[in-house]
Design a protein around this ligand. Structure first.
Ligand SMILES: Nc1ncnc2c1ncn2[C@@H]1O[C@H](COP(=O)(O)OP(=O)(O)OP(=O)(O)O)[C@@H](O)[C@H]1O
Length: 448
């Protein structure tokens, strides 16, 4: 353990993949002293960050951030007693621009460098045959477990006049069948790891949401990108009415484009921000739908890992579906941005603690946090003024959590049940669906 007594703290900094000792510092460690030391050693403005036990990267911007980080390091990196490891990153000129304040950039990856005529190309008999066999080999698993045929219509790859396909930069020969109508792409929103566009396939008129993840120079040819592509190809087979479907994945120079089912009514986070917290009846309905989606994923051995209102998308019939399942963590690994500020609110203690064995129960915790967001407009521990403090609360001071003031006993019990710890005491999705009065069946719920 690092003591907060007199023993000095050794600070090691990593910049551009190289680690070096910055020095020994008296405790409590002072941010101004640390900054002065960094300036004298590196001679330039640097962002100071810390890698949490869960792998997320936390910026250190204040003395309070630093104090919290030192405590977390002491609690979770005991094998490195007396040492604090920091990551350094050069300050970019636009570092102060938040994603929200950026203008909605045009979908440059989709804009052709040549005029495009929107027309259907007739396919030859052999193309039709090949397309059919590849669709059959893509056969997936349906909601009831039955094997079923790929739902995609036979798309024609878009062709560049030079003869190259849109995806010529990568060997995506078995995918990349969606030919986009570039004129019909509109910006939908910005996430931490990419921008999302609504796009139309010019052959079928089918609408997609396309998430574009900018790849950093390290990740371009990395195993992580290949793994993500493979994972999304596998996830294409997952089909359920409470889950946003993945259709495809295509690598462009410097970018990865993930094609998903388009959900017209945006996320529950947007809904709550626009209209305020949900009433309890609505919260119960949406939670039931999300839990049904989780139950399906868990029954297929998939942990979502990023359940939150921003990942619950609405259709135009008042129903919701879970999005971003399975791949969210991998996208974080390869994206150019590495700050996950904000998402820590929903993380389970076992995930934050970097436990080796994370199971489905982590999603139940996150759904509990999401229900708090439904009912209050904010996730739990939102009163903490920095994410590092949130981490500390979740790990060490769960009693600091504020239960929604107006919540019924049933809602309170549901939230408490989701926050049970250790994870082994937390019920699974099926048990909650069967037994918890916060989740009464809906008209279209399957029997449990
Ligand atoms: N399948 C979809 N259909 C319609 N809109 C979508 C779809 N997927 C994402 N969006 C919208 O695009 C925006 C960005 O979504 P994205 O999933 O990249 O980030 P996020 O979940 O909001 O945040 P984070 O990246 O921090 O998890 C959001 O406004 C979201 O509602």
């Amino acid at each position: 353990m690092i003591s907060n007594g007199l023993s000095p703290l050794r600070v090691i900094c990593e910049l551009d993949g190289r680690s070096s000792t910055l020095g020994q510092f008296p405790q409590p460690l002072s941010l101004s002293q640390l900054s002065a030391s960094l300036r004298s050693v590196y001679g330039r403005q640097l962002k100071v960050q810390f890698t949490m036990p869960c792998g997320s990267v936390q910026p250190i911007r204040s003395q309070q951030d630093l104090n919290t980080i030192v405590t977390i390091a002491a609690d979770h990196y005991e094998q490195e007693a007396g040492t604090l490891r920091l990551r350094l990153q050069p300050e970019s000129p636009d570092a102060t621009t938040s994603p929200e304040s950026q203008p909605p950039a045009p979908p440059s990856f989709l804009l052709p460098e040549y005029p495009i005529s929107v027309q259907r190309r007739e396919r030859s008999t052999s193309e039709r045959r090949n397309s059919r066999s590849s669709r059959l080999s893509d056969a997936g698993v349906s909601e009831d477990g039955a094997v079923q045929k790929e739902q995609l219509a036979p798309f024609v790859p878009a062709r560049h006049p030079s003869g190259q396909g849109l995806d010529s930069a990568a060997d995506n020969s078995d995918i990349g069948q969606i030919a986009l109508n570039f004129e019909k792409c509109t910006f939908l929103g910005q996430g931490s790891f990419g921008k999302v566009y609504k796009c139309e396939d010019f052959n079928t008129g089918r609408i997609y949401a396309v998430k574009v993840v900018e790849l950093n120079s390290h990740s371009l040819e990395s195993q992580a990108v290949r793994s993500l592509e493979q994972e999304i190809r596998l996830l294409r087979a997952i089909e359920h009415r409470r889950i946003v479907k993945y259709f495809d994945c295509r690598r462009e120079p410097n970018r990865l484009c993930i094609f998903m089912e388009f959900m017209p009514e945006n996320s529950l986070r947007h809904y709550i921000r626009a209209r305020g917290p949900l009433n309890e009846k609505a919260a119960m309905r949406f939670t039931r739908m999300v839990m049904e989606g989780l139950h399906f994923l868990h029954s297929r051995d998939i942990i979502h890992r990023d359940v939150k209102a921003a990942n619950i998308l609405k259709d135009s019939h008042g129903k919701v579906k879970l999005s971003d399942f399975g791949a969210a963590k991998r996208i974080q690994e390869i994206g150019t941005s590495h700050s996950v500020t904000g998402t820590v609110f929903y993380m389970s203690p076992e995930m934050i603690g970097g436990e080796a064995h994370i199971d489905f129960k982590t999603d139940i915790w996150s759904l509990g946090a999401t229900v708090v967001e439904f009912l209050t407009g904010q996730p739990p521990y939102h009163h903490c003024d920095n994410p590092a403090a949130v981490v500390l609360c979740i790990m060490n001071h769960p009693e600091h959590f504020r239960m929604p003031a107006e919540a019924s006993d049933v809602a309170r019990d549901f939230i408490r049940t989701c926050f049970a710890r250790p994870a082994s005491l937390r019920p699974g999705a099926e048990e909650l669906l069967r037994n918890h009065p916060f989740l009464p069946p809906l008209d279209d719920s399957p029997p449990f």
